[in-house]
Design a protein around this ligand. Structure first.
Ligand code: NAP
Length: 294
């Protein structure tokens, strides 16, 4: 079997077109979705994420309020900025790019965000609501994974899913979404991590394997069954002297080997990555509608 590719770029483009149409119809009612963005310092990776998010907002008509603070900005300055955005009716979502410099408490800053504007879905109120299946902001990367599965026609109902990774940003929320009693849930989920005794024993029994370990070749062909669906969340740099940068990006899955057995698989790059920003746009538009009572 040779796997079909789940093309994250195409699915993300489809969703962004849907969102752009929604934003256009909100304009007709004088509603402009707004995202407040905060970047502290000038870490190159964080700067490029934030720039990509701001560009994506502009492309679909979301207003973005961009705030760059110096590396040595103090916690109070950041908390004041969050307070200002909490009170600003033009802003429906607040995004504080993580990680923050060490002298600022991420926990304090995330707690300061009004849960009604928590479009990253990291506030404990959002997490709690997600766990008990209430309407809330779902965190962007795991929500993007669910959308890739659903929009590729993968049947989740009763599916055996193995997630490799238990982080608060990917593994844990994803497991919670997939076990919900809903049309985008109803799966039977196992979460594996570095203390899992026999990872391959679990992955071999899975209908769907989702790798979010942050380590190349965590999932290889001998670890999956024929026809498996594979979602690779991992993004890793490996040295490659043929590239100008000296490296290339790979996922956590041995793509070549596994794609000979899988029915569907995401590439890296071009799989989960394009969905993450798309789901941030989705949450911002949803928030604007909620604030407007629509
Ligand atoms: P993380 O916080 O480092 O968590 C990694 C998890 O994987 C941990 O739970 C760890 O177990 C587990 N793990 C690591 N090696 C393992 C192994 N050999 N066997 C079993 N479990 C293993 O990482 P993260 O933030 O969740 O991110 C995971 C990957 O996704 C990274 O490559 C990251 O760059 C990528 N990512 C991509 C996007 C995107 O938009 N495309 C967004 C977020 C993250 P322990 O808990 O036992 O340590």
């Amino acid at each position: 079997m040779v796997a079909k590719i789940i093309d994250g770029k195409t699915i993300a483009a489809e969703m962004r077109a849907e969102l752009k149409a929604e934003v256009t119809s909100l304009f007709e009612h004088n509603i402009v979705p707004g995202l407040g963005v905060v970047l502290v310092g000038n870490d190159p990776a964080s700067t490029s994420y934030v720039t990509a998010k701001e560009r994506a907002c502009a492309e679909i008509g979301i207003y973005s309020d961009d705030n760059r603070l110096a590396d040595d900005a103090d916690e109070r300055q950041l908390l004041d900025l969050v307070e200002r955005m909490n009170a600003d009716p033009k802003i429906h979502g607040i995004l504080v790019q993580l990680p923050l410099p060490r002298h600022i408490s991420e926990e304090k800053v995330l707690l300061a965000i009004d849960p009604r504007k928590d479009v990253d879905g990291f506030h404990p109120v959002s997490v709690g609501r997600m766990v008990i299946g209430q309407d809330t902001f779902l965190p962007c990367t795991p929500h993007g994974v669910v959308q890739l599965l659903v929009r590729s026609g993968v049947n989740l109902d009763g599916a055996e899913v193995v997630i490799v990774g238990r982080s608060n940003v990917v593994g844990k929320p994803l497991a919670n979404m997939l076990i919900q009693k809903s049309g985008t849930g109803n799966a039977t989920v196992t979460i594996c991590h570095t203390r899992t005794k026999d990872l391959a024993k679990h992955t071999r029994g899975a209908d769907i394997v989702i790798a979010a370990a942050g380590r190349p070749n965590t999932v290889t062909a001998d670890m999956v069954k024929d026809g498996v669906v594979v979602i690779d969340v991992g993004v890793n740099r490996v040295a490659d002297s043929t590239k100008k940068s000296g490296y290339r990006l790979v996922g956590d899955v041995d793509f070549e080997g596994v794609s000979r057995k899988a029915s569907l698989i995401t590439p890296v790059p071009g799989g989960v990555g394009p969905m993450t920003i798309t789901m941030l746009l989705y949450n911002t538009v949803a928030s604007a509608k909620r604030f407007a009572g629509r």
